[in-house]
Design a protein. Sequence first.
Length: 259
Amino acid sequence: MKLSSRPRLAAVLASAAVAGLVVVVTVVANRSPERKATCRSALIPAYLPPKAIVELARGPARPRLLVINPASGPGAEPSDDYRDAVRAAQRSGARVLGYVPTTYAMRPVGDVQTDIDRYLSWYGVDGVFLDETSHDAAHLPYYAQLSREIRASGKRVVMNPGVPPARGYFDLADVVVTFEGTYADYNAAVERMPDWIRRQPPGRIAHLVYGATREQALDAIHNPGEAGYVYATSGSMPDPWRDLPAYLDEEEEALQACS
């Protein structure tokens, strides 16, 4: 007797459905670990008077990195107002870094170390922001000496070459600023970043963008670059960090939206 084609068709369809489900489940399972949700934060050069830092700390509590800069460094003597501002910022959830210029490895190491010691003893900062960092591998021993001193105190090291540096700088710093410049240059600079930098964990990279409108700042934040810390401001040269942008709260809210 010839078997009906209906049962055979039903069996085929059922098998196809199961196979399709397996494919879908496999694809979803394979996709899920590809890219975990990441949240960015802000690295803010808060080169502001103590009262302005306290006001900044009174905003919504956020996991920021704030850089204080009393006098192009810690200054010649401690300030009670800055000490109070640092404590207020830390209570708000921020980690505070002390600004120290290195003049691209041309500043005497002893002078830099004095600034580092003053920040640690006077203000109890969470780390040090070594500005004007060289990007050249030839200067790695200079920065290695500074990094050892900072890390010996259990503090965070942030270096700012402002461009992609030699790879060895990532062995010395917890966070490296690989871009500092105008919004007009930002997108093209991100496109040119070396692949080895793109493979770094986002939390080890920061970008500082100035000359940005509100719309441009939000665009910079949503740029699919590798930085875990991004900050954009409307300020311009010669001192783009002297004021906070009017859109700062909106910027930080956008940063913390995981993508």
